[in-house]
Design a protein around this ligand. Structure first.
Ligand code: FE
Ligand code: FE
Length: 207
């Protein structure tokens, strides 16, 4: 594969450009730095989820969804602990870094709660999709982290991250299963569609 050259037409050979202060520590490679940044991103995200999932659980209409959120809350506590283990393995202090994407997804879930009526299936159908967006963000991040860890020879860290990845994937599938079980169908029964009403009006006018 061809490597892109920088503006001077030369390749960044050393990969060590920039600050030379290292506080007695070996300097991070650019890939290592990216890996650590992603760890901080998902560490922050998981912590935000520890606050958001209980609200989603309380807002849920059905017991199925409530249980799913409860289970995933417990898993999320383990996700945080696993990340702390990985930070330790690479001699880093566990630290979060504000993740705008996760903040946005959490806000979206909050909006759903405020814009849907309590005790409706429509709320659950919408909450499931909001939760799945969160899972997909996590799946993308953990999937990438596992591969980077393997690339960098951090096999133990890759194993740990993979455990979380599998749980995120299982949660995503479980949410699909719950939605398709009866929630989506019952949500549909909560009201007709505006486009159908529109058609009826048109038929009445034309009759
Ligand atoms: Fe997680
Ligand atoms: Fe998750």
């Amino acid at each position: 594969m061809r490597q892109k050259t920088n503006q001077n037409g030369s390749k960044n050979v050393s990969g060590r450009a920039g600050s030379s202060k290292n506080n007695g520590k070996a300097q991070e490679s650019p890939l290592e730095k990216f890996f650590v940044d992603q760890l901080k991103d998902i560490y922050y995200a998981e912590q935000q989820l520890l606050k958001a999932i209980p609200k989603m659980r309380e807002a849920a209409t059905t017991e199925e969804l409530e249980d799913a959120f409860e289970n995933h809350l417990q898993q999320t506590e383990r996700h945080v602990k696993r990340l702390e283990k990985v930070f330790k393995m690479i001699q880093q202090e566990p630290e979060g870094e504000k993740c705008e994407a996760m903040d946005g997804l959490v806000r979206e879930a909050q909006t759903i709660i405020s814009e849907t009526e309590e005790d409706t299936m429509t709320r659950d159908a919408a909450l499931i999709i909001a939760a799945q967006k969160v899972e997909h963000y996590e799946i993308a991040t953990y999937g990438g982290l596992v591969q980077l860890a393997l690339t960098m020879g951090l096999d133990r860290a890759a194993d740990i991250l993979e455990k979380t990845l599998v749980e995120e994937e299982d949660t995503d599938q479980q949410l699909t299963f719950i939605a398709e079980g009866y929630i989506n169908v019952e949500a549909e029964n909560e009201g007709g569609y505006s486009w159908e009403k529109q058609q009826q009006t048109e038929q009445n006018v034309n009759a």
